[in-house]
Design a protein around this ligand. Structure first.
Ligand SMILES: [Zn+2]
Length: 355
């Protein structure tokens, strides 16, 4: 057995015993998907932003700056818009736990929605920093559907210069990702209140745990809970409890190892292959099945209606995205009054820029 396999043994035992697993995800679980690292000077993303003449790097995610000049954000959004990247093995591993009724919750800092694309259901996901699934006017809060928003983004020759603009008041429209100066979704706090004492197994993955309040969640996990860190470096207070497991490796490597130890490796590779390398038509069918197996709610019918379109991962995502949008209507996101310290802002930016 390798050192990693030995370390993971108590986690494998816990899963075999039927314990439920909660995840605390950061950007590191998505890097294997090819999502560019904003901070690297070698990426096109960095070069694009440098051209935008930002007064300071954080401005791209600052709500006050956005109200003045949304162009930098929309330039970045074009690069990061969900649909360009498939889920990783780590995302599919989460889905495999859901299939076995052993998923407790997924707290994610990522706005890439790859958990959803892997088929994890809305009821399990808490997107602490929001997502691209819904969009609102920053002035009058009027909603704009994603198709309209994308059409506005594509219309670069139009009078709005490719910036989505409210049809009601002409204000700028922004996806519901949490900017500096905005509170976290209320659901994040209410769900954590319910979950924190119930957690049997916590997997903290691909995060530097520097962004509060998210960073404090693993410390709040009850003493009886088994905590596992999957990250290249040791972070937070992980490792301080005797039972903590430190798997200091790439997230996908740990997902593969776990799947092998549990005998789920074929299933994992199948899911991954279908998305990453398989026939794109298969991916569309897969997304359809996903939508169909999700709990039916009012408004779902349109989103899950069958059509015979063939296409790419992007199209598959758009179907999932419509569903997300419908689901979200039943869970309105209300900004809290929470304010952030400037240090936290910077840390949060760094985390966001890892996407
Ligand atoms: Zn408006």
């Amino acid at each position: 057995m390798t050192d990693l396999e030995l370390k993971l043994a108590p986690l494998v035992d816990a899963i075999k015993e039927g314990k439920k697993v909660a995840f605390f995800n950061g950007a590191g679980i998505s890097t294997a998907a090819g999502i560019p690292d904003f901070r690297s000077p070698n990426t096109g993303l960095y070069a694009n932003l440098a051209k935008l003449d930002l007064p300071y790097a954080e401005a791209v995610f600052d709500i006050d700056y956005f109200k003045e000049n949304p162009k930098p954000f929309y330039t970045l959004a074009e690069e990061l818009y969900p649909g360009k990247f498939p889920p990783t093995k780590f995302h599919h591993f989460i889905k495999l736990l859901q299939d076995r009724d052993q998923l407790h919750r997924v707290y994610t800092q990522n706005i890439d929605t790859l958990e959803r694309l892997a088929g994890v259901k809305d009821e399990f996901i808490i997107e602490a920093h929001g997502s691209f699934a819904n969009n609102h006017c920053v002035d009058c809060s009027e909603e704009m559907d994603t198709e309209t928003l994308k059409a506005h983004m594509r219309d670069k020759q139009g009078k709005q210069n490719g910036i989505p603009t409210c049809t009601k008041c002409n204000g700028y429209v922004k996806p519901d990702i949490v900017f500096f100066g905005e509170g976290l979704p209320k659901k994040f706090f209410t769900q954590w209140d319910q979950d924190c004492d119930q957690i049997e197994v916590a997997i903290v993955a691909g995060t530097s745990l520097t962004v509060h309040p998210f960073a404090s969640l693993p410390s709040d996990v009850g003493k009886k809970g088994l905590r596992v860190l999957v990250n290249k470096d040791r972070v937070g207070d992980l490792g301080r409890r005797k039972s903590d497991i430190l798997a200091l490796h790439e997230c996908d490597h740990v997902a593969e190892t776990l799947a092998t130890l549990l005998g789920w490796d074929k299933e994992l590779n199948k899911l991954y292959g279908e998305f990453g390398k398989g026939d794109p038509v298969e991916s569309v069918d897969k997304a359809k099945n996903k939508a169909e197996e999700s709990p039916k709610k009012e408004g779902d019918l349109k989103a899950t209606s069958n059509d015979d379109s063939k296409g790419t991962i992007k199209e598959a995502f758009e179907k999932a995205e419509d569903k997300v949008k419908e689901d979200s209507k039943t869970h309105p996101v209300t900004p809290s009054e929470q304010s952030k310290e400037s240090e936290q802002k910077l840390a949060e930016l760094v985390e966001k820029l890892k996407i």
